[in-house]
Design a protein around this ligand. Sequence first.
Ligand code: GLN
Length: 537
Amino acid sequence: MNQTKYIFVTGGVTSSLGKGIIAASLAKLLQARGYRTTIQKFDPYINVDPGTLNPYEHGECYVTDDGAETDLDLGHYERFLNVPTSQANNVTTGRIYLSVIEKERRGEFLGKTVQVVPHITNEIKDRMQLLGNSGDYDIVITEIGGTVGDIESLPYIESVRQLVWELGEHNGIVIHLTLVPYLAAAGELKTKPTQHSVKTLMESGIKADILVCRTEHEITEELRNKLALFCNVKREAVIQSIDASTIYEVPNLMLEEGLDVVALKKLDLPKKAAPDLKNWNIFLKRLKNPKHTVNIGLVGKYVEMQDCYKSILEAFIHAGAANETKVNVISIHSEHIDASTIKEKFANLDAILVAPGFGERGIEGKIAAVQYARENKVPFFGICLGMQMAVIEHARNVLGYSDANSTEMNAHTAHPVVNLMEEQKTVTDKGGTMRLGAWKCDIKKDSLAYKIYGTDSISERHRHRYEYNSSYIEQLHNAGLLATGTNPDTGLVEIVEIKDHPFFIGVQYHPEYKSTVANPHPIFVNFVAAAVQAKKK
Ligand code: GLN
């Protein structure tokens, strides 16, 4: 097949309808039919990437192998498709403008007035076709962030209109995701918001090919016909997306509704074989029929907002299914932990995870959580800042360096067991300047990490500025904190463990980003297994 086909997913009525999940589910079905499919997201905000955003704004920042700091929807794409994404899969308005303005400064526009149309829209269209032009994909799904009608979405909507026109019939289609709300007082589902949203889209010159309608109740045949008639789509192209018990159910729901078949028909592509979802459904079956239940404490400071730890929560779902175990993740605010409350707060936990994070707020609670896990032999897993807290805790409570700290929290500590990497010391820009993306790590044989990974060489994704200070490795090793994973090129410590403990591991990287339905992350899988064992005792 030569022509890459494009599917654009727009959203109407309200945000948070789950465009990312619909895009990922459709991609999953197309992939399972044998099409090489990828998904990309275009976000209308002016930050060049989400790396500088507070997690409370848009949830976690997801990091790709190539070190891009991206929207958390890319995490869903990887978890569903099990194919790595890259910088090209996430573009923001900030990035578009930055690149157009840089071109202007270089004189590339040859004296022309630089305008939204055509310069910004051309840049958007070029980037929309970047992955498609690589030849690696048969189908590219592009999710447009925001809601149709927003001022800031306009250049994207116009670019979609132009591209669908340029690509020609059957090569580019638009799926519009809307809400069909239920009015309890009237006892009815309402189609009017969808009609208005489709109308707004049409005012921009785009005719939706497929409508996906989010709903809490079954949409009747009569309503489907009404939606088709008033929204100008075929009856078969009115797809219901009803609330599901888990996002991993959505590909099956979309299969039942025929979303993939309608899309293929519109793109004039053969259905090929029925989607092979065998392994996916084995995972779902295990997820829905757990034999055990464990409580795992997630100690962090962003616990008020679930999306801040999205990849960690999803990795627990994958690892739970692998262990046929329901993992209750108990969020514990690190600012609410102190010596007087910790016993009571942690009494019901079968394992403790100390989360990644930045800045001083809540770190004493995290250190107390590590100490509790170490002393009470509760399975422990520290990620990034969580690993750094394990180093600090050991230095303070085992070596007796009571002021040991990270220079991120206390620049003047006499015992900087975690400090800034040399090359970070001169960095002043915040965006895209951390240690980012995939780095290799060598693992010592005869370690927990080796048992978990089953190999002595791994690659994991990073996002941090500070590191375990190598001048303390030997002292801490002698005090029982083993460095079992190191970067082969720099010698930086990536993994720490404690020997006489049922399960204690801290990692400088973010394993949660690489956990997928097809490949649950081995640390999470083993950590959940350790929690099951701890509970039995
Ligand atoms: N704040 C720490 C650092 O920059 C840890 C970052 C993280 O947990 N992602 O090194």
